[in-house]
Structures are given as C-alpha cells and as structure tokens.
Design a protein. Structure first.
Length: 237
C-alpha cells in the first residue's frame, strides 16, 4: 500500500504547482459594454427605456459582480441613476448580460422637464415644460397634454364649469357660461398652443445617450476587489 502513496503524493503536488502557475497574481478589471438602450414604453408622461450591458470577466478564474452603478444622461442632463448589487458569478473568460428598465418621467421630481429646466435653469413653469419637451421628443415620448397638469388648472376649470344639463335647462345665464368658456379657451391657447407649435418643430432624433458608471468584481482568493469605471454612449436613430 505504501508504494501507492508516493506516486499519488507526487501527482497532488504537481496539480497544486500547476494550479498555482495558472492562477493570476491579481484580478484584471472587468470590461463593460453598452449594447442597447431600447424604448419599451413611450407615453406622454413616462418613457421606459431598457438598458442592456455586457460585463466580461477577462480572468481565468470566476469572479462575483458585487456592485454595478450607472448614470444615463442626455445633453448633459442626468435622466436616471442606479446602484445595484447583482451578486452574480461570472465564469472565467466569460461575459454576462444585464438588463435594467429605466423609468423616465416628463414632469415632477426626476422629470426631464421639471428637473432639467424648471429646477436646473430656473425657468418659469410653463416655458420649462415647453423647453423640456425637446429632449422628451428625442427620448421617444409622446407630446404632453398640459391641460391635465394640476399646476395649470385647465382641467379644474373645466370641472368647475356649468354642465351641459345646467346650460340646456337654463339653470345658468349665458354670461357665466361665456366667462368660463373664455377662460378655458384662453388657457388652452396660451399653454397648449405654444406646446403644439414647439413640438412640431422639435426633431425626433437622433438621441445620443451618455452612460457612465462603475462595476466592481471580486474573488475570495484575492484580498482586494477591482473596479472598472466606464464612460459609454449609445445613439438611437
């Protein structure tokens, strides 16, 4: 039996030396590629854009993608920021794909028009919405209908106006009806009219997204994780 131990020991030692020779002395950073940004939903209030990334592990050992963060910008304006901890394993010399849905609103906090023009440029509210519709059209959004905006009050004015039944039954006089009607038409002409004109003039493409961020990988056999910072772009026709 002793005769078997020595050859086996030699084999184990040889395997260990071979493994040590093949193991890298340090981790190489991952390579990040932006494959696509596609529109999955194109509305008047919200656009949902899927971003698809490839993360390649150039090492001959498996690694874990511990953290991945990115910012998508258009013409210098940050549209969305995301930090995730995928905790996924990437095999040696292999790439994986990550897909994230990015919800981009037109108005309100984080909105293309509200944040980019009303807040960042201190523009008056209505002009900010009209100016913000230019990048909104590039993103693939539909023309915003400002009559529903609670800050503009067109919808509230319509709801407070006399009903058709009140008018036909003579429950209100013509002056009251005319006053409400003139306010409604005046607001629509003052707000939606300029929006319609600007929207027709704005181009619908191309839309160039700029994406920057960082990917962090690690392996339990190495004391330090490795970061990859990236600046990428994708142009939608």
């Amino acid at each position: 039996m002793r005769k078997l131990y020595l050859p086996i020991a030699f084999i184990l030692i040889a395997v260990l030396f071979a493994s040590a020779a093949c193991a890298p002395s340090e981790l190489k950073p991952a390579t990040v590629t932006l494959n696509l940004i596609s529109n999955e939903w194109q509305g008047a209030e919200t656009v949902v854009a899927d971003s698809i990334f490839s993360i390649e592990n150039p090492n001959n050992v498996a690694v874990t993608l511990d953290q991945f963060n990115y910012t998508i910008s258009l013409n210098g304006q940050a549209l969305t920021q995301r930090t995730v901890g995928p905790e996924i394993e990437i095999p040696a010399n292999t790439a994986v794909q990550l897909t994230y849905a990015n919800v981009l609103p037109f108005n309100g906090f984080g909105g293309v028009a509200f944040e980019g023009y009303y807040m960042a440029k201190s523009m008056p509210y209505v002009p900010a919405l009209i100016a913000g519709s230019a990048p909104w059209k590039l993103l693939g959004g539909k023309e915003p209908g400002l009559w529903t905006d609670p800050n503009i009050q067109v919808l509230n004015l319509i709801r407070s106006a006399p009903t058709a039944d009140n008018i036909t039954s003579g429950a209100v006089d013509n002056n009251t009806v005319a006053a409400k009607y003139l306010k409604i038409i005046g607001l629509v002409n003052a707000v939606q009219g300029p929006m319609d004109k600007a929207w027709a003039a704005y181009p619908s493409g191309p839309c160039k997204y700029d994406v920057s961020g960082k990917a962090t990988i690690s392996n339990p056999n190495f004391s330090k994780s490795v970061d990859t910072t990236f600046t990428l772009s994708f142009t939608k026709p």
